[in-house]
Design a protein around this ligand. Structure first.
Ligand code: DC
Length: 202
C-alpha cells in the first residue's frame, strides 16, 4: 500500500483547484476538492436544511450539479465556521487522504488539521485583486452578472471569515511551501507545485 498525501490550501480563487487537478493527473493520484463538501452543505442550507444534519448525511449525489455559484460560496463559508459541520466532514477527508496510490486534497485546513502529516504541503495564494479578477472572468464566462466590485467584495468577505474563524482557520502550515501565483501563468504555478512534490518524492 502506497500512501502519499499532498495537501493544498489557500484562499478563494488562488488557483488551488487547477493546480490540484494538474498535480493529481501528473502523479496519478486521486483528487478531492474539499470545498465541494462545504459547498454541498451550504447549498442544502440555502434550500432550508439544517447544516449539521446536511453534513452528517452528505451523499455523492449532493456533490453533483453547479455548486460554483457566488451564493453557494458564501453559504459554504458560513457553514464552515460550525465545529459540528467540520467534525462531520473530517473523517471522509482523512480516509480519502490515506487511500492507496496517493491523494491530493485541496481546501483551507488540509495541511494544518485534516492531514498534518501530509508528505507535501502547499499554500497557494495571490493578491485579493488578482484572485477577484480571475473569479470575475470565470463567473462572467458562465453567464453570472456579478460586477468586478461585487466579486472582489465577496472574495474579501470570504477570506476574512475563513481566516478569522476559531475552528481550523485558513493559514499556512508551518512547513508549507508558499506559492504566490499573482504574477504566474497557470503553467508556471503548476510547474512549481510539481517541483515541490518531486523534491519530496526524490
Ligand atoms: O475552496 P472553495 O472556494 O470551494 O470553498 C468554499 C468554502 O468552504 C470556503 O470559503 C471555506 C470552506 N472550506 C473550508 O472551510 N475548509 C476546507 N477544507 C474547504 C473549504
Amino acid at each position: 500500500m502506497t500512501v502519499f498525501t499532498v495537501a493544498i490550501d489557500g484562499p478563494a480563487a488562488a488557483g488551488k483547484g487547477t493546480i490540484s487537478k494538474a498535480v493529481a493527473a501528473h502523479f496519478g493520484f486521486a483528487h478531492l476538492d474539499t470545498g465541494l463538501l462545504y459547498r454541498a452543505v451550504g447549498a442544502k442550507v440555502l434550500s432550508g436544511g439544517d447544516p449539521v444534519a446536511a453534513a452528517k448525511n452528505l451523499t455523492p449525489a449532493d456533490l453533483q450539479g453547479d455548486l460554483r455559484t457566488p451564493d453557494i460560496a458564501q453559504a459554504a463559508s458560513r457553514v464552515a465556521v460550525l465545529p459540528d459541520v467540520r467534525a462531520a466532514l473530517v473523517q471522509f477527508q482523512h480516509d480519502f487522504a490515506l487511500r492507496d496510490g496517493g491523494a491530493v486534497l485541496d481546501g483551507r485546513d488540509i495541511g494544518t488539521v485534516v492531514c498534518p502529516t501530509a508528505e507535501v504541503k502547499l499554500f497557494v495564494t495571490a493578491s485579493a485583486e488578482v484572485r477577484a479578477e480571475r473569479r470575475f472572468l470565470e463567473l462572467s464566462s458562465k453567464g453570472h452578472s456579478d460586477t468586478r466590485d461585487q466579486v472582489l467584495a465577496d472574495v474579501i468577505a470570504r477570506d476574512k471569515r475563513d481566516s478569522e474563524r476559531a475552528e481550523a482557520p485558513l493559514k499556512p502550515a508551518d512547513d508549507a511551501v508558499i506559492i504566490d501565483t499573482s504574477e504566474m501563468s497557470i503553467d508556471q504555478a503548476v510547474a512549481s507545485a510539481i517541483l515541490a512534490v518531486d523534491q519530496v518524492r526524490g
